[in-house]
Design a protein around this ligand. Structure first.
Ligand code: SF4
Ligand code: SF4
Length: 379
């Protein structure tokens, strides 16, 4: 039986969050179950990019601080880190408000910049990874995901949070090598099995819905979730937002690969009443994902079925982030004839639908368009 603690918290007021975090971890047996004196523990928040807390892209500094403070009481040595999609971790942590909290608590940055090659014998889809050196320098990881919608994997939660353990731009290479979202999810599950966080604390006080994981809207969900089982935690969130856990590839393969369970009958919810958090109005795609293969006839068909990214031209500031982050060669979104004064254009024949451009556009002006044929078939 897996246990998920679900705690109501309607504000980021530091004292309230501290109380909620203490209660949640207490329901799982108390902080001393998760750290011992002199152990080296690294906290892994979501620091996707340098955005302020109110955008709901990153783990809120109050949640980060409350967890860090509680772990410090054990006498363990605490550090923190993540590898943003681009830019430095120091810059992202500063903008997200985490650097200020870390400075106040005397917590140092862990090394998420340099990578180390590892071979993970138990991997089912992937055995070779390059992971942040911080993972090898520490005894355990505590994962602090943010509840957000996600164009590529439907939802980003406890399992997907550990993709930030792959240093910087190397993340794009995984998208090129594994364009299929189901296989990509299998890789994420293998990676998470290797990282094997000791505890997951999800920031779901203000979540992100819609065009996530960077361009969506905040949605107040008033909850913090705690578990040692990332599959059970993600599945619980799915149930709260009316999303079938089987349609989230990381949850589906998380269970198939034995990382945890998404079955309601095998999850014990402790803390506050589950039904009181249910929100069927949460804006998220609830249909199964479609596989995209960018080759030959299947490309021709899929171009007519799989959602395409497109730019709201009048709101594009021509920063070039989408062009820089597009991982394929030749680029599927690029400057028109090299002119950086114009809005970038798409070549959908090269596009593998990884949605990195949509994920990282700082102005949130890349949207997804469902092709007309797919809409007709759906109807
Ligand atoms: S990332 Fe967004 S704002 Fe920047 S060039 Fe691309 S579409 Fe325009
Ligand atoms: S255009 Fe966007 S969705 Fe297509 S391959 Fe490039 S980054 Fe991925």
């Amino acid at each position: 039986m897996s246990k998920v603690a679900l705690i109501r918290c309607g504000t980021y007021n530091y004292e309230d969050v501290k109380e909620a975090v203490k209660r949640g971890i207490g329901l799982l047996g108390g902080i001393n179950r998760f750290a011992k004196k002199d152990e080296k523990i690294v906290l892994k928040p979501n620091l996707l990019v340098a955005d302020p807390p109110e955008k709901c892209v990153t783990t809120h500094p109050s949640v980060f601080g409350a967890v860090a403070e509680l772990f410090l009481t054990t006498g363990a040595k605490i550090s923190y880190g993540d590898s943003p999609a681009f830019g430095s971790m120091a810059g992202a942590a500063k903008k997200a408000g985490l650097a200020e909290v870390a400075g106040r608590l005397g917590i140092e940055e862990a090394d998420f910049k340099n990578g180390a090659d590892i071979y993970f014998e138990k991997g089912k889809q992937n055995r070779k990874f390059i992971v942040a050196k911080a993972l090898l320098d520490n005894d355990a990881v505590i994962s602090l995901p943010k509840l957000k919608s996600h164009a590529f994997e439907r939802f980003t939660g406890a399992i997907k949070n550990q993709f930030g353990c792959v240093p910087g731009m190397l993340k794009g290479e995984y998208h090129v090598k594994i364009p299929d979202p189901y296989n990509f999810a299998k890789m994420l599950v293998d990676l998470n099995s290797f990282v094997n966080p000791r505890l997951y604390v999800m920031d779901g006080i203000h979540a992100m819905e819609g065009n996530g994981p960077r361009g969506g809207k905040p949605r107040q969900m008033n909850m913090l979730l705690f578990s040692e089982d990332p599959v059970a935690l993600d599945a619980t969130v799915c149930r709260l937002i009316g999303l079938d856990p089987e349609f989230v590839p990381t949850t589906k393969f998380g269970m198939e690969y034995g990382m945890g369970t998404y079955l309601e009958s095998e999850i014990e919810i402790v803390g506050d009443d589950l039904d009181s958090f249910k929100d069927d109005g949460f804006d998220i795609k609830r249909s199964p994902l479609r596989t995209y293969k960018a080759k030959g006839f299947s490309r021709f068909i899929n171009n007519r079925f799989v959602p395409k990214p497109y730019i709201l031209e009048d709101r594009c500031v021509k920063c070039g982030v989408c062009v820089n982050m597009c991982p394929v060669d030749p680029k599927a979104v690029d400057w028109f004839k090299g002119d950086k004064g114009k809005v970038p254009v798409y070549n959908y024949d090269n596009c593998i639908r990884c949605y990195c451009c949509q994920e990282l556009c700082p102005e949130s002006v890349i949207k997804l368009k469902v092709p007309i044929l797919r809409r007709m078939f759906k109807r």
